[in-house]
Design a protein around this ligand. Sequence first.
Ligand SMILES: Nc1ncnc2c1ncn2[C@@H]1O[C@H](COP(=O)(O)OP(=O)(O)OP(=O)(O)O)[C@@H](O)[C@H]1O
Ligand SMILES: [Mg+2]
Length: 353
Amino acid sequence: MLLEGKQLVGVDIGTSSIKVLQVRKSGKGYYLLKIGIEKLPPQSIVDGHVMNHGAVVDGLRKLFRDLKINQREVALSISGNSVIIKKLNLPLMKPDELEEQIQWEAEQHIPFDISEVELDYNILNENVDAGQMDVLLVASKKDEIQDIVEVVTEAKLKPYVVDIDAFAIQNVYELNYGYTSDEVIALLNIGAEVTTINIIADGISQFTRDISNGGNLITEEIQKQLQVSYEEAEAYKAGGSEDSNEVVPHEVDEIVSGVVDSLAGEIQRSLDFYVATSNRGEVQKIFVTGGTSNISALRTAIERRARVQVEMLDPFRRVQYDDKKFNSEVLKALAPQASICLGLALRKQKERI
Ligand SMILES: Nc1ncnc2c1ncn2[C@@H]1O[C@H](COP(=O)(O)OP(=O)(O)OP(=O)(O)O)[C@@H](O)[C@H]1O
Ligand SMILES: [Mg+2]
């Protein structure tokens, strides 16, 4: 892939918060310039739709102002029910034939009206001997893309790229860990409302799925069972708030472990589905990121079911930064929530395949 133009500012508008991150290319790697996170009030984003425009626009403006970022060109992403990704095995064909075939395949495989989606595809590999190729088909709902483009434009930003969480996370993994051949790994981004799974073998995505579930489920259960506010439940979930001496009720652990077990079960069903439908064999290692991956009981529950090692992905493993400007402990605490945004900040203004 040929990359040209300016490095974009990564803007990840999640259900629970907005993350902004900026890097500069430095030799073969990247150098961290800016990073910031701004919480959003509950229900600002529901099922990929921006419900509270004002809150999102204010959050974006505040982040760019506080971080003193003058650059306006940004990369965004979408996830969840707004995106469908399918891997197709097709006979080798010419580009214009493929173009036509993709339309036909999309009508077969995409459960939405084709006029409502943006179609994109990418040839993953070509097997000349077998006369076959693998093609990745991506369909994104236009109205959900429009929604975030609109809100970002209102905040006086210029969106150049709309990526997909699953691919953003793959780029972050590639940057920080690279690939070893024959290795099958699963990348999980576990957020507030969405859990994104991307299984990769030999550097190529084999399977992706977004599960509409995440950390909010735990917060809601704590709220319901203990009759506390959203804010209190969030604080309990993260082990109590830092600026108070309040004690986390003993029931919290039990509630958390109940919900994480069902979330781990859902993740395992996707991993099982992948194994049943792929010829690449079992996943050998799982990397987790996203705010909810902070919960160690969840990592243990995934490990217990999948029977493979679960490791926290370090998005800054190969990213340089000035340790006078960034406190490494603060950065480490932010890391799980910063992964997607870093993946977006790696994008450039113009990309040609
Ligand atoms: N230390 C922690 N312990 C437990 N949970 C945490 C911790 N830090 C963050 N979370 C949870 O992580 C979630 C937010 O993660 P993240 O920022 O990755 O999600 P998001 O991008 O806002 O949402 P989504 O991607 O699902 O739309 C929230 O549910 C939050 O409560
Ligand atoms: Mg997210």
